[in-house]
Design a binder for this molecule. Sequence first.
Ligand SMILES: O=C[C@H](O)[C@H](O)[C@H](O)COP(=O)(O)O
Length: 237
Amino acid sequence: MADAVEAGKVAAARRAVDENIKKGQVVGIGSGSTIVFAVQRIAERNKKEELNLVCIPTSFQARQLIHEYGLTLGNLETSPEIDIAIDGADEVDDDINLIKGGGGCLMQEKIIASCSKKFFVIADTRKNSRVLGTTWRKGVPIEVLPMAYKPVQLKINQLLGGNAVLRMASKKAGPVITDNGNFLIDWEFEGVQDWMAVERVLQNVPGVIETGLFLNMTHVAYFGSPDGQVLVRTRKN
Ligand SMILES: O=C[C@H](O)[C@H](O)[C@H](O)COP(=O)(O)O
């Protein structure tokens, strides 16, 4: 089972890289387990083709990957405009809206995606659920300022219902701390119809720094199957 899922991730990552990465680009590098295969493929091609890319990381993990695979590390100060960004997702709906942040990374990912002319998502087919909350049952990750976590929890529960849970660390006492020094709240929801409205509500709660809802941001999603087939979905509007 694990190998089959990995095969799907590899297939999606290779296809996205091969179809979109071109010489001289500034490339946003996402976070998570699937992006590792994309970076591996970029590095493989870089050896043969000398791609001369500048890679902008979305996390500590992405920065390490860029180093490990001998790619050129950049930043938003010197490259504020990104040609393409590639990233994973926890769930993808019919309109290619995403839930992200299951691995604790969302704020830098969203900034990089927003600075990119094209944003591509790579995932195994389990993520292609069409309605958010179908397969991803851990809630919407929300990055919050530590001093505000409690009122933010209360306000989210009051305004949206559901259950806003502080994410606790597993190999450290206390909460998960993001790459940006913040806490994460996972908002467990039921039956949301209007994700734009939810995003507006969340963004208006003081103390919320960013949400893991990536709405109307993704241009193309690549879903890899265990047999190596890749389903490609392009945003309709
Ligand atoms: O927090 C992590 C990021 O948003 C990831 O891109 C997302 O969780 C998907 O990760 P994976 O590729 O491991 O499924």
